[in-house]
Design a protein around this ligand. Structure first.
Ligand SMILES: [Co+2]
Length: 301
């Protein structure tokens, strides 16, 4: 590796965020049990990140079975994990706006544990193939081939992503199938996240009419002014607190829900609809954040 390819402070922050993310991920798996509350798991993850000195980069995602991504419990959720479920916990740690994104899948008793293994192996193989100059489509091919060799199907329309300061989905996407344009660059940071489903699955996710994770930007603030001072105040509060990173409404009990709903309907607040496997089959995921070097990559998480 050559540290001159990345700003030293940026690298240090990414590494520190990665260390916290790794620790929280390794601890949370013991909390993912039959009967455990999804809300308690998400809240615990977020509190633990802060306790260890990180910022919460996005609401902790708890995706059960066919729910693949973008699901975080509502504040009044009483959902308890059930036997036979495949549970994905996806968490992000932020230090100085630099984010380490990582995920783990836990197979509760009765679920197909081999799916978890296949996701982890596909991730390992992808990371072994990564170095500067590699095409994202080649990484997708490695993932796809590994997943298929275990008897599963990759999710074609979910992908890993480049990460920049306060920008979780910057630039390049890293697909789970041989597709997409662009090459990985040295000194850049990417989240690599194979998602797979069963052979009966569609191998695609679709979004459903439920939004649990939102985002505001500088543009939201400008546009909110037209709706009046109350709307502007809500966006300002959200933007100051999140700096453009995703949030859940449960973090902001003081924010007026009706005003927020209006902002969302007008497209001023962006939402990430919950993504589910299109034919309702279970989904497993594994994810690490890496920094790419000339001769390989370094796993931060
Ligand atoms: Co993630």
């Amino acid at each position: 590796m050559s540290r001159s390819l990345i700003d030293g402070d940026v690298y240090d922050s990414f590494r520190a965020a990665g260390e916290i993310a790794r620790k929280v991920r390794s601890e949370v798996v013991y909390r993912v049990r039959e009967g455990a509350s999804a809300l308690e798991i998400a809240t615990w993850v977020e509190e633990r990140i802060r306790e260890l000195g990180g910022g919460v980069a996005f609401p902790c995602n708890v995706g059960v079975d066919a729910v693949a991504a973008h699901s975080t419990p509502y504040p009044d959720s009483d959902y308890a994990l059930r036997r036979g479920s495949l549970v994905k916990v996806d968490l992000g740690v932020e230090i100085d706006g630099l984010v380490a994104d990582t995920a783990v899948t836990v197979a509760l008793p009765g679920a197909d544990e081999a799916m978890v293994l296949a996701a982890e192996r596909a991730l390992e193989e992808a990371l072994r193939a990564i170095r500067a100059g590699v095409r994202v489509s080649a990484v997708g091919e490695v993932i796809s081939r590994a997943v298929t060799s275990y008897g599963y199907r990759p999710i074609a329309n979910l992908s890993g992503h480049q990460i920049e300061r306060y920008n979780l989905h910057a630039g390049l996407s890293i697909p789970n199938v041989p597709a997409g344009e662009g090459r990985l660059e040295a000194g850049k940071v990417y989240a690599v996240e194979p998602f797979l489903t069963t052979r009966r699955g569609a191998g695609q996710v679709k979004h459903i009419d439920r939004v649990e994770i939102f985002r505001v930007s500088e543009d939201s603030l400008v546009r909110s002014r037209r709706l009046g001072p109350q709307h502007e105040a809500v966006v300002r509060r959200l933007l100051e607190s999140t700096r453009g990173l995703p949030y859940a409404l449960r973090w902001f009990p003081d924010v007026d829900r009706e005003i927020h709903a209006v902002l969302y309907r007008r497209g001023i607040v962006k939402g990430y609809p919950v993504l589910v496997e299109a034919s309702g089959e279970p989904v497993a995921q594994a994810e690490h954040t890496v920094v790419v070097w000339e001769d390989g990559c370094e796993t931060l998480t």
